[in-house]
Structure formats: structure tokens, C-alpha cells
Design a protein around this ligand. Structure first.
Ligand code: AMP
Ligand code: ZN
Length: 451
């Protein structure tokens, strides 16, 4: 069955045609590891994970590549503020990011590339750009002459009449004012010991060149799919296209996909706005990361969503009910092909997960389908959902691992107990119970086990 994807470049939903039969290569812009990711960031990473799972469900061989931005203006600034080395700071936040992926059941990409380990590739790309005179040297760095780039701004539909020949050193700037941008920044005293030798002058890469170099090295000059949050369309992805296509003369990316934001009180959730929530903030409110994942599945990835605790708590209630229901059904059924067909049609239609989730509730109510077949069908869908709906075994002796969301609830209960919030602790104990587990308080500490 065909997979259709909305392509930001063409502005329509297109049938996906891979470069290589039954294979797909995808590149995702990863986190800038200067702080703990917020739940808005994770929405984009969940979208990437769903994309991978949809292709796997369609039996494609997937190669998923993601970068870790571990050197840029923000990471350098933060490492100075915290009096840590750049590596110490970035490794700490990289580890936090990886733990977050785990708790949200986001598969780790096949390749996770740190920018600082690919500097040679960036230098080679910049040398080519200088040779072709698309890039030029200025006092403080190497810049791209956007007037010399073919079709500059096509991804973002930029109005180039407003472009200026001023240069911009900062990696992030507004759409209203396209300018020559930095691919390399010469060393300044602000950078401390962060500097790499380069034939055009020692310094460090700009953010945009990092992704161009790593993506093409990992996946070739033309890539099937490249994704990110919608704020990356300009300048980041626009500039990636400019750098890459100017060097290779080939189309850089065939399908560009961008996820919509999470808003808080109808404003983008962003560190700069100070309205961010972290996964741990959810756990503190007794919301497990998987309930958050479930909530994300109920909205299309291109629709902006407004975060409220009520909405996510309602999603959590639905998820708990779903797990409890599936748990009661016997194993040994078979997948209902009619529902499976509808499911595949939904997910292949530009990742229509809300429809796919609705099918779960539809099959649960369908009296014509045997319970064990319902179970088998829902667990088949769960290959894409990634909610571990069948993780709870039917008998207690099989329990070895405590699901992460149950552990998260137990941790939150511990916190509540420390704060002597007994009502909250009791509510959490009940939630754990509903999932088929109990909390044992003993002299050796607190333990969770199946009931
Ligand atoms: P950063 O770590 O800031 O480079 O961001 C990592 C990813 O999160 C990028 O793809 C951003 O587009 C995305 N992102 C940032 N804020 C939000 C938000 N509020 N909702 C959804 N995605 C976001
Ligand atoms: Zn990127």
C-alpha cells in the first residue's frame, strides 16, 4: 500500500517514492544539548519515531539518522555560565535526552551523530563552497552569499525582495530579513578553548553547516526524508538546502516534513518564552511519559496543540483503560484483516494517527470481533503506537520488568510521600494498582511488583 506524505517543499501530500526500492533514509534535526529538552521538543521526536515505525510497519528497511548539536552559540554560552567544559555540559544533556527518548518509547536512531565528531566533514564542505565562490571570507567568519544560491528560499517561500547583503552571525534570525549567513565563525575570546584548525581560519562551525555535512555523509547527496519542527523551515533547513545543493548540484532532500508546535496558553512552548514543561514536571503531576505519548497520537503531527494538564490526564485515563481492557483478553487470537487494512490506510495517509487511535476504540466496541482477535489486532497496531499495550503479562510470575510508566508513577508517589502529600500519594498508589501493580513499602525501601 502506498505511503503518502505532506511535503513542505511542494506544499501538497504526495505518494512517497523511495530512492531505493523498499528502503528509506531519514535525517532528523536533533537536540541542541545545552538544557533538558522540553515536552515541545519531544513532540517533534515522537513524530520522527512514528514516521520510522510507519515505514517499518510497511516493511521498509529504515535508516534513521539524527544529529546532536553539541557546539553552537547556546552550548558555549551555557558551559561558561555553569563553569563546565563544553563536553561535560553536552554529555550531561545528551544523556538526559536519551533517557527521555527511552521513557517515551522513542527508538534510538540507527545513527546518532555528534557535531563535534564531524568537524572535518564541515571543513571540507566549506572549502568546496569557497572554491565555488558561493561562500566568502569576512572578518569574523565564512559566509554564504545568498544571491549566488540557486532558488534560495524555495522551501520557505521567501520574499527575496526583502533580502539584504548584511551578514548575520547568529544562527537564528527572522524570516522577514534573509541575509548572508555564517557557515564558520572565527575564534573569539568568548569561545575559550573551543576552536578547530581550518585552512580558511581557525574557529567553529555554524549550526546549519553541521546538519548539511552530517546528513550527506550518512545518507548521500540526496536524502529521502528530512524532518524537524516547523520553526526549522527558515533559516535552518533553507540554509541546509543552500549549502548542500550549491556543492553537489543535486536535490538535497526529496520530502521535507515539519511538525507543528505545542503551545501553552496559545503561545509556542519555548525556552526563550519561559513557558516550558519537562517530562519530570509531568511525572510530578502523576502523568507518565507514555500517557503524554498517547496524547500526542490523538492529534495530527501537522496540527498545533495546546497543552493542558486536563487534556493529558484525560489521555492517561484512556490509556489506563485501554491497557486494562487488553490485559483481560486472552492471547492466541489473530489480527482482524479488515481493521488492519483501515489502520494501514490511516497511518499511510500522512501519518493519520488520530484516526488510527480511533480505530482501536471502534474495534473494542465491535461485537462481531472475538476478544482474543481484538487483543491481537490492537497489539499489531501497537507496533506503530509504541505504547507497550501488551507489556503487562497475564500472570504474576511472568513479571520481571516494571514498565517505565509504572515506575514513573511509583517515583512520583515517593516524591509525594516525601512532601507529605498523602492524598496525592494515595491517588498514585491507586493508579499503579489500576495498571496491575502494587507498591510494597518495606525496610529495604520501596518496591513495585505485579499484583
Ligand atoms: P532544539 O533542541 O531547540 O534544537 O529543538 C529540537 C527540536 O524541537 C526541533 O526540531 C524544534 O523544531 C522542535 N521544537 C522546539 N519547540 C517546539 C514546540 N514547542 N513544539 C514542537 N516542537 C518544538
Ligand atoms: Zn539540523
Amino acid at each position: 500500500m502506498e505511503i503518502r506524505l505532506y511535503n513542505t517543499l511542494s506544499r501538497v501530500t504526495e505518494a512517497f517514492k523511495p530512492l531505493k526500492e523498499r528502503e528509506v533514509g531519514m535525517y532528523h534535526c536533533g537536540p541542541t544539548v545545552y538544557d533538558t529538552p522540553h515536552i515541545g521538543n519531544y513532540r517533534t521526536f515522537v513524530m520522527n519515531d512514528l514516521l520510522r515505525r510507519v515505514f517499518e510497519y510497511n516493511t521498509f528497511k529504515v535508516t534513521q539518522v539524527m544529529n546532536i548539536t553539541d557546539v553552537d552559540d547556546k552550548t558555549i554560552r551555557r558551559s561558561k555560565e555553569q563553569g563546565k567544559s563544553l563536553t561535560e555540559l553536552t554529555h550531561q544533556y545528551e544523556n538526559e535526552f536519551l533517557a527521555g527518548l527511552d521513557s517515551l518509547h522513542i527508538h534510538k536512531p540507527h545513527k546518532l551523530l555528534r557535531a563535534t565528531e564531524s568537524i572535518e566533514l564541515m571543513i571540507a564542505l566549506i572549502s568546496s563552497l569557497l572554491e565555488k565562490e558561493i561562500a566568502y571570507k569576512a572578518d569574523d567568519g565564512v559566509y554564504i552569499h545568498i544571491d549566488k544560491v540557486k532558488e534560495y528560499g524555495k522551501l520557505a517561500n521567501l520574499d527575496l525582495s526583502k533580502s539584504s547583503h548584511e551578514r548575520i552571525t547568529n544562527d537564528e534570525y527572522d524570516k522577514e530579513n534573509p541575509r548572508d549567513f555564517a557557515v564558520w565563525k572565527f575564534h573569539t575570546s568568548n569561545d575559550g578553548d573551543i576552536s578547530w584548525k581550518a585552512p580558511f581560519g581557525d574557529g567553529r562551525p555554524g549550526w546549519h553547516i553541521e546538519c548539511s555535512a552530517m546528513a550527506m555523509n550518512a545518507l548521500g547527496p540526496t536524502i529521502d526524508i528530512h524532518t524537524g519542527g516547523q520553526d526549522l523551515i527558515f533559516p535552518h533547513h533553507t540554509n541546509e538546502i543552500a549549502q548542500s545543493e550549491s556543492v553537489t548540484g543535486k536535490q538535497y532532500v526529496r520530502y521535507w516534513m515539519h511538525g507543528a508546535f505545542i503551545d501553552m496558553n496559545d503561545e509556542k512552548m519555548a525556552k526563550s518564552k519561559g513557558n516550558v514543561l519537562k517530562l519530570e514536571d509531568l511525572v510530578e503531576e502523576s502523568i507518565s511519559p507514555l500517557a503524554y505519548r498517547y496524547w500526542l497520537l490523538t492529534a495530527h503531527y501537522r496540527s498545533p496543540i495546546n497543552f493542558t494538564f486536563e487534556a493529558v490526564l484525560a489521555a492517561q485515563t484512556a490509556l489506563i483503560r485501554l491497557i486494562a481492557t487488553v490485559r483481560e483478553y486472552h492471547e492466541g487470537g489473530s489480527v482482524n484483516v479488515e481493521y488492519q487494512g483501515k489502520f494501514q490506510a490511516a497511518i499511510n495517509n500522512d501519518l493519520d494517527l488520530p484516526k488510527a487511535v480511533a480505530l482501536v476504540w471502534e474495534i473494542l466496541k465491535d461485537k462481531k470481533v472475538a476478544d482474543s482477535d481484538k487483543r491481537a489486532t490492537i497489539l499489531d497496531f501497537d507496533k506503530v503506537f509504541g505504547l507497550d499495550l501488551g507489556a503487562l503479562p497475564s500472570t504474576a510470575d511472568e513479571v520481571e520488568e516494571i514498565p517505565v510508566e509504572v515506575q514513573a508513577l511509583a517515583d512520583a508517589r515517593e516524591e509525594a510521600r516525601k512532601e507529605k502529600d498523602w492524598a496525592k500519594a494515595d491517588a498514585l498508589r491507586n493508579e499503579i494498582k489500576e495498571r496491575g501493580f502494587e507498591v510494597i513499602d518495606s525496610e529495604d525501601g520501596v518496591r513495585v511488583r505485579s499484583q
